[in-house]
Design a protein around this ligand. Structure first.
Ligand SMILES: Nc1ncnc2c1ncn2[C@@H]1O[C@H](COP(=O)(O)OP(=O)(O)OP(=O)(O)O)[C@@H](O)[C@H]1O
Ligand SMILES: [Mg+2]
Length: 440
């Protein structure tokens, strides 16, 4: 199902609550922004088309009531929904008077949240976006190939966030296109003319990362012979893409938090900070939330980064995109290898569709590339790597029959010896004829 049209902003100083509400909204097909404070909420409101604000009342600093008033004055069209603990039901009533449509008392169920949201939202924003009415549908969006629902939703979110500076966290397995998505956000958006700077935090030695990111002043440390700008200054006005953010050291995490909070960068060895306007997109393939729980990643930084959360789907969850992707890579590489006519056989495609692709799109791209090199005018099964032809079944705790175990083991040996029957028979200590019979 396509995402609903409405954009919802959730404001609560309780991180768990934020996470919970966002999850429930996601299950109901809503896209949401999160803000851990009213200040942050106002920042998001300035740059995004928000239809509904769901806010807690009691928050340190500016409270929910004041936020509602602010919305009334500056964004009168935005619907408001107040969440509150028992002691502040009174406050909720006051909030209703000042413009909030509804209030929810904690704890509430997903169902109650849904009802309140639907009651609060202007009716038109509940309708799912109708893609077909937007002209011809293409299967490629800024290099992102796919026509599955998962990809449609991904593109939908990119469309909603591309023109603002809200910080984005992209999570997904390796090879699912996180960097591709980060670039799409930048190059489709209104700051596309400004720089896009990608920094792989995992590839830069820890002791260098800080100075590379933030720059330094001459004499800040031994070897700092000149003033240098960092990636942040270089990306001013555009987007900085912080890849593998989970690997950033505590020092870098602390500095990053400051940049996001204060919207300013201070070079190492410099007293004064410079104001900076840019969009931060971070990506990770580790479970950052888990890292927070284990104390390996700053919780406050996690929530600062995670204003918009984008998850790139693993390929196995959108297998119907495999033919399209395969065709796309065929087209991309065949002229490069001087085989402009090469095709993919149906049988080979069937094998590709059966595989579970732990390396995701990158793995598929490599397989196609290799097959083009190996193949003549058609890519056949024999041009695919063995591990695809003889998949090792996922380990299953259920006990197996001797026959099943035998079959699995034979396939494993075959894969290991590149499908060489003679070698496999030697290892299995049976003759080739027996092996052939078993294979049948
Ligand atoms: N939807 C897609 N359509 C076309 N190509 C894709 C898609 N997703 C990924 N790719 C391609 O797969 C390769 C890996 O993508 P990318 O580098 O963006 O993945 P990643 O999620 O950043 O992986 P990692 O976590 O390993 O860095 C790239 O060559 C990219 O162009
Ligand atoms: Mg990457």
């Amino acid at each position: 199902m396509a995402l609903k049209k409405a954009n919802i902003l959730v404001v609560d100083d309780d991180y768990d609550m934020l996470e919970l509400i966002q999850r429930q909204l996601k299950e109901q097909n809503f896209h949401s922004f999160k803000a851990p404070s009213a200040i942050e909420a106002i920042n998001i409101l300035k740059y995004n088309a928000v239809d509904l604000v769901i806010t807690d009342l009691q928050m340190p600093g500016i409270g929910g009531m004041e936020l509602i008033k602010y919305c009334e004055e500056h964004f009168p069209d935005i619907a408001k929904l107040v969440i509150t603990g028992y002691p502040s039901v009174d406050g909720a009533l006051k909030a209703m008077k000042s413009g909030a449509v509804d209030y929810l008392v904690k704890p509430f169920t997903a169902e109650e949240l849904r009802n309140s949201v639907e009651k609060s939202l202007p009716k038109k924003s509940l309708i799912s976006e109708n893609k077909k009415s937007q002209g011809p549908q293409t299967n490629v969006y800024a290099g992102i190939v796919g026509q599955s629902e998962k990809i449609e939703q991904l593109v939908d979110i990119i469309e909603r966030v591309k023109n603002n500076r809200a910080t984005i966290l992209i999570q997904g397995e390796s090879g699912t296109g996180k960097e591709l998505v980060a670039r799409a956000i930048h190059y489709k958006g209104s700051f596309a003319a400004n720089p896009f700077i990608a920094v792989n935090c995992g590839a830069i030695p820890e002791e260098l990362l800080e100075s590379e990111l933030f720059g330094y002043r001459k004499g800040a440390f031994t070897g700092a012979n000149e003033n240098r700008q960092g990636f942040f200054q270089a990306a001013a006005g555009g987007t900085i893409f912080l890849d593998e953010i989970g690997t950033a050291s505590t020092t870098v995490q602390t500095r990053l938090l400051r940049v996001l909070q204060e919207k300013e960068v201070r070079r190492i060895g410099e007293q004064k900070a410079e104001k900076i306007e840019l969009r931060v997109v971070a990506a990770t393939n580790s479970d950052l939330f888990q890292m927070v729980k284990e104390g390996h990643f700053r919780e406050d930084l996690y929530y600062r980064l995670n204003v918009v959360q984008i998850t790139t789907p693993p390929l196995r969850e959108r297998k119907n995109d495999i033919p399209l992707l395969a065709q796309n890579f065929l087209q991309k590489y065949r002229s490069e290898y001087g085989k402009s006519q090469i095709k993919l056989s149906d049988k080979a495609l069937a094998i590709l569709q059966r595989h579970s692709w732990p390396g995701n799109v990158r793995e598929l791209e490599n397989v196609i590339q290799r097959a083009i090199i190996m193949g003549e005018d058609t890519i056949e099964i024999k041009h695919l790597p063995n591990y695809l032809k003889y998949p090792i079944p996922a380990s299953n705790s259920a006990l197996k029959s001797l026959g099943e175990v035998e079959k699995e083991y034979i396939l494993k040996v075959l894969a290991r010896v590149d499908n060489n029957i003679t070698r496999a028979a030697q290892i299995l200590q049976i003759d080739r004829k027996t092996l052939r019979r078993k294979l049948k």
